[in-house]
Write a protein that binds this ligand. Structure first.
Ligand code: ZN
Length: 264
């Protein structure tokens, strides 16, 4: 069933979705429409013809430059397309063509948009995370009543609901305590809504695992960057990419990570 052609098609479709995610990443922080106007160069605003708008390939053929003004285009465009394509193939490999694949791909696409917007402008966009909370809950209800999930990845509606409350509440409490004791506004409200969205899509056990993985990744990379750049403790990293990585780690290795978390 999982034939080579299907892997190839999934990769191409993933790259095309990635191309759309790039539009979202560039336009959502500016409050611009994601459907209009058509793709244009961010520098000279020249419209990008369809034959130069092929995912992955165009970037390589044009050597990362605009075909019109020759200004270099951020490698982010290529990275997002490749990452989305690779995630699509990985999810297809794990879940085949199933409801689980559909839900986890929608989820992964949202995580990519949120991560790259946070990296770019240090904002976790509410327009993704807030509807994401509702969508995650609704998809768990559909999964529970309509489609079976043989992979046991998708949560029951109850677990999804508790995930939203735990995800939101957990970080709210942490942020409150952090601010209380240090006087510094540590965790942003955007991160809290993101964790609630993760809880909605993956169920409540994903929340502590995501936080655990994100904290470890954040500490390791944060300390690494401080040592490398000589920046002090005030170095503030966007936290959403770590939370998203933690959520993906749970998605692929949840049961092993829970065992590790509980110390057995
Ligand atoms: Zn240009």
């Amino acid at each position: 069933m999982l034939s080579t052609e299907f892997y190839f098609i999934t990769f191409l479709l993933g790259a095309m979705v990635g191309s759309f995610l790039n539009v979202c990443i560039a336009r959502i922080p500016k409050d611009e429409s994601i459907v209009h106007p058509p793709s244009h160069c961010p520098n000279c605003r020249a419209r990008i013809p369809f034959y130069y708008n092929i995912p992955l390939l165009s970037y390589v053929l044009l050597r990362g430059r605009c075909s019109s003004c020759k200004e270099s285009i951020s490698p982010r465009y290529f990275i997002v397309e490749l990452l989305t394509a690779l995630l699509a193939v990985t999810l297809y490999h794990w879940f085949g063509l199933s409801y689980t694949f559909f839900v986890t791909f929608v989820f992964a696409a949202a995580l990519i948009v949120i991560s790259f917007i946070d990296l770019d402008v240090r904002i976790v966009p509410d327009v993704i995370s807030l509807p994401g909370i509702i969508v995650g809950l609704v998809l768990s209800v559909i999964g529970y009543f309509v489609f079976a999930d043989p992979f046991e990845i998708l949560p029951t509606p109850l677990s999804s609901l508790i995930g939203i409350l735990v995800g939101g509440g957990f970080l709210l409490a942490t942020a409150w305590a952090y601010e209380k004791f240090t006087g510094v506004d540590g965790m942003g409200g955007g991160d809290i809504k993101l964790l609630a969205m993760i809880g909605a899509f993956l169920g409540w056990p994903s929340v502590p695992v995501t936080l655990f993985v994100a904290s470890i990744l954040g500490s390791v990379i944060g300390i690494g960057l401080m040592v490398a750049t000589g920046a002090g403790r005030r170095l503030a990293l966007p936290f959403a990419p770590f939370l998203c990585s933690g959520a993906l780690a749970y998605l692929f290795y949840g049961s092993q990570l829970i065992g590790f978390y509980l110390g057995d």
